[in-house]
Design a protein around this ligand. Sequence first.
Ligand code: GTP
Ligand code: MG
Ligand code: ZN
Length: 305
Amino acid sequence: MSLKNENLESAPAHATEGLVVAHHGVAVKVQWQAENIEMVRVSRKSGFLVGDRVYQEDNKLKRLQRKTELKRATTAGHTLSLAANIDLVGIVVAPKPETKPTFVDQVIIASQAAGISNLLIVNKSDLPDFEPMILELQRHYQDTIPVIATCAHDPSSLESLGQTIAHYGCGVFVGTSGVGKSSLVNALKQDHSLEVGALSEASGFGKHTTTTATLHPLRQGGEIVDTPGVREFIPVAIRPQEVAQYFPGFAEALKEDCRFNDCLHRKEPQCAVKAAVTSGHIDPSRYESYLSMLEQTEKQTQPQW
Ligand SMILES: Nc1nc2c(ncn2[C@@H]2O[C@H](COP(=O)(O)OP(=O)(O)OP(=O)(O)O)[C@@H](O)[C@H]2O)c(=O)[nH]1
Ligand SMILES: [Mg+2]
Ligand SMILES: [Zn+2]
């Protein structure tokens, strides 16, 4: 399997362009035209991703240049690529199950670093604890990214979500297992093609129902990629200095200069970020989240012995 032409921007004139809509290890599902979907065998290490634009040449599948690539690191330090050519990452959270507090910040930083826009989707608006949750998230994030309320069981609540995805092009849903990613995709497609799983009665968490990423064209326009649930989304290849640059809610404070150019906004004197915390412009809990992301990033960038 050769990927030599991966810096081509469009398929050669003699070839038809397709889109990878699912990945099954030794084969990828390619959508060539509206109705023509085909499984194409590939080697396990071929590196194709859902969202890749591809064409066939000499009986081989080749991919075109990627506009973006969304990646995360595992806690063990491996890099996992989730999808290619994504324009919008929809971070899905819900009152139940809970999402790890730093998750939203992790995804925003990883997306920003990859040049991809974000949207925060607060799902399960029908649950009783929804209102205080969305108010808190709006307070923290709405100056940085749009925050929208949805109920996957109420199609009328999904209009703005569908329009936003269509406006951007290709979206992806990421979030903890059980928050309703597949339910939202089903509702947007107005079918029940994706499996949905009830939360575990014992633990209250999701049961990791979705096990592989799949891409779905939407009737309103655009496409959406459903992904398996993850608890962590550790950004890959980010320098510690970039954490503050991408951290949601820090932009205003960073318009002022810190004393040191390479300030990490931790213990350094005359720091614009710490001044904003003291004056109440940055919430102390947001600053704590920043410090934990900074620490995680430093661990990542240190050589592993
Ligand atoms: N009350 C309520 N339940 C919802 C809503 N959206 C999804 N659910 C339920 O939440 C549970 C999990 O939904 P899924 O769509 O499987 O969640 P997921 O995020 O795809 O989970 P994984 O595939 O495990 O990552 C199911 O029981 C859904 O019916 C909603 O808006 N309101
Ligand atoms: Mg799912
Ligand atoms: Zn500083």
